[in-house]
Design a protein around this ligand. Sequence first.
Ligand SMILES: [Cu+2]
Length: 475
Amino acid sequence: MQRRQFLFLSASSLGGVLLAQCGMNQGSNSSSSSNAAPVLKSENRLLEADLNIGSGTFSFNGHSGNLLSYNQQIPGPRLEASPGDTVRIRATNRLSQPTNIHYHGLHISPQEPADHIFLQLSPGETYTYEFTIPENHHSTTAFYHPHLHGYVADQCFGGLGGTFAVRGKLDEIPEIKQAQEEFVFLKDFDLNWQKTKKGMMLGREGSLATVNGQMDPSFSISKGGLLRLRMVNASISRFYRLQLENHPFYLIATDGGATSVPIEQSELLLSPGERAEVLIQGNQSSGSYRLLNLPYERVGMGMMGNGMMGERKNQGNETETLATLTYSGEEIEPLSLPKQLIPLEELPEPKTVRQFKLNHGMVPGQGMTFLINGQAYDSQRTDTRVFLDTVEDWEIINTGMMDHPFHLHTNRFQVVSRNGQAVENRTWKDTVLVPRGESVRIRIPFRDFVGKTVYHCHILDHEELGMMGIIAMQS
Ligand SMILES: [Cu+2]
């Protein structure tokens, strides 16, 4: 099988180790042939991993740039565990600035030594994260990335990020077990990212749109087969409006876990921080089909050309080819789609309804700032206090001129309505797109964990510019 190679490490601060991903699985037709990330799985109920956070030179088609990586790999190693497993991650910071790790999409404690995003891991320091994935945790395609305010957007734009898969009940459904599985880690790069501060208002996008650290990798499907794509939008600002030529997507999971039945969609929009899993049926004629990123306008026209926005650098009107699906191997007896997945839990009508207004504006002395309810992020202020074992509705209202994906840590939620209209196929989410001028109502059960954490816009440049609030969960 021909594989196009993308990023390889030519030298690094850690000693010029060649990155293995280019040679991995070369010539193999295995289901993981397109996925460059090495996998670290739990054994005997324990996932133990060392993550070295460093920088090094990565090259693309002869152009080199200094990027950030976990274990000198882009994307970082894929972590896999199951409900009930203990996770122990020794993170060593070899950067010249502080960092930390957020486990996006895991329902775990926001306190030390778990998903504590206020923790500062200083240069040279090693910190051991340790937590147990609850026994009743949902199956999910989650991910990990830095989350230290002031450094989040740069460090993610610089290359840091990796998949964290929790395998559970969804994975046990026979039709899904039979499907071939591929991870699709969507991330864009700018080899001059350290100099690219312009465009933070819009949200920076790199010119290289990669899948698993590669430009246009190939995935294979056998005629009659089923392919399960587990997709993560790990870009800091880029949206992906995905379409696979001639093949509909059958949505089986969103950020917060499985849907109740497969939902047929001709395309799928993933804003930063969102994930989705789809099944694809190998029922077309043999050949190659492109996975496309279609144009999507995430910024209103009013924002253009007013000088404050800097140079416009986003996908605008261009269609990109992200990957190619090729029929290969022997034709098999057609595999069928599952009929039922995981029934959606019905949440009670809440007593508490809150509103969160998203916008941006000029703040004297701070310039253009991104705001929630008129306030920019302040690490010393608690914005929202909630009680454990309650359910709340949050109405997220975007009064601005740009789309904002809203992400809540620790607890997942269900999207109940958009612009006052009930949502038909409710699913579990932890990141929801709130388009400009629109409102979205989400229903959140606060469960299991107390402590402080955050909610924010997942266009990470907007988070850095203030669009984040602190939530305290108390018993
Ligand atoms: Cu935003």
